[in-house]
Design a protein. Sequence first.
Length: 129
Amino acid sequence: MPNTGDSFITILKQAHLQWGSHRHTNSRGILFGEGYLQIPASIARRQNITNSNSTNTNVYLCSSTDGFLNNVNLKATGCSHAGSIHAKQFHGSGNLQLLGHWFNHINAQIGDQIRIDFITPTEILLTKI
C-alpha cells in the first residue's frame, strides 16, 4: 500500500478523458462520460499501488481539492501483464463515470496534470494543477 505523503502527477490523454467512447476494442458498447487516471508502472511499483491480484486493499476514499469529489470510492485496477499485482489506473468504484463527471467539472483537457496525494495509505486527494 502507499505511504502517507506519497504522491504523483499524471498527465491526461484523450483515452483518460473519454474512456468509454475513445476505444480501440469492441469488447463493449460505447459509453460516454467515463474517465480514469493512469498510474505509471514505475509509480505503481514504487508506491505499491495494487489491484485485486494483491491481498492489499485496492479501494481508496477520494476527495478533490475543489470539493466536487467528497469521500467517494476510487478503485485501483488493471495491470500491465496477466497476474501482475500493480495497478495501472484509478476509476470510480462501481461508477466508471465518476471521474468523467469530475473531468467535466474542472474542464479537463488533454495535457492537463492531475496530482494524486495519499493523505493516508487508503485516502487520496486529487488536484488539477
